[in-house]
Design a protein around this ligand. Structure first.
Ligand code: NAP
Length: 224
């Protein structure tokens, strides 16, 4: 019987990895932060909520008899990845990282870069009047500080009212098709896409749609 593997999740990659390992007969525990009310359909054991830092994670790994950790978290989830490195180093456990490939810049792309969401929020009103904002629920407050444009905010779950002056909410969970992304941008006459530079195929359609429609993109750099 292979040893128990912990997948640090919250991404599509984590779901695929859990299904792959479970199909191979490996006992899998997937850990989710618990930011969303709905969970993906996952095989094996699913545990939800923070561990209490690197030490809490190390305690969990030891108590559960985990033999290997796979960090399949989002590229912008820097804290949990740091904790995984520290906890695995402390226990001498192997740690794998599923890293998304960056989106390649192609002819026709008009990209601007921001170092973090706060910088993107300052830049956005100078670059667009009708902005598709796809940086996620955690970074909305900094954008709401800067009025002026219409923000079309795409989220997975309904946040209720947002503090923006002028906004629409579009709900949806990726992956999205190129046709759907182009239709969304055309429907709202979007003139700027703001996104984290998350990379990966599942969310690349919005980048391709912006290219096709000549819409500039403001990307937030990945954390180191
Ligand atoms: P983060 O800043 O790296 O993590 C903050 C804290 O949340 C961690 O210290 C940890 O709490 C807890 N945490 C994060 N991921 C966890 C997991 N998979 N299992 C258990 N606890 C977890 O992460 P974040 O940016 O808030 O993202 C939270 C989750 O959402 C991640 O799992 C990530 O894969 C997913 N996600 C993030 C983004 C994004 O843009 N950041 C986008 C899509 C999905 P303790 O210190 O108490 O252990």
């Amino acid at each position: 019987m292979p040893g128990k593997v912990l997948i640090l999740g919250g991404t599509g990659e984590a779901v695929l990895e859990a299904r792959r390992l479970a199909a191979a007969g490996v006992p899998v525990v997937t850990s989710l932060a618990g930011r969303l009310a709905t969970q993906p359909d996952l095989p094996g054991v699913v545990r939800i909520g923070g561990f209490g830092g690197a030490r809490g994670l190390a305690d969990f790994l030891a108590a559960e008899g985990i033999v290997r950790v796979i960090d399949a978290t989002h590229p912008f989830a820097a804290a949990i990845s740091r904790h995984a490195r520290a906890a695995c180093a402390a226990l001498g456990l192997p740690l794998e990282r599923i890293e998304r490939p960056v989106w390649p810049k192609r002819p026709g792309d008009h990209w601007h870069w921001a170092d973090d969401p706060a910088m993107a929020a300052r830049m956005a009103p100078r670059l667009g009047r009708r902005i598709l904002l796809t940086t996620g629920a955690g970074s909305l407050a900094v954008f709401a500080r800067w009025g002026g444009p219409l923000y079309v905010v795409r989220l997975i779950e309904d946040p209720g009212r947002l503090p923006f002056h002028d906004y629409r909410i579009v709900l949806g969970r990726g992956p999205f098709s190129l046709a759907a992304e182009m239709a969304l941008m055309a429907d709202f006459a979007i003139d700027l896409l703001v996104t984290k530079a998350s990379g990966g195929a599942a969310t690349e359609a919005k980048i391709a749609a912006a290219r096709r429609l000549g819409v500039p993109v403001l990307l937030v750099r990945r954390p180191a």
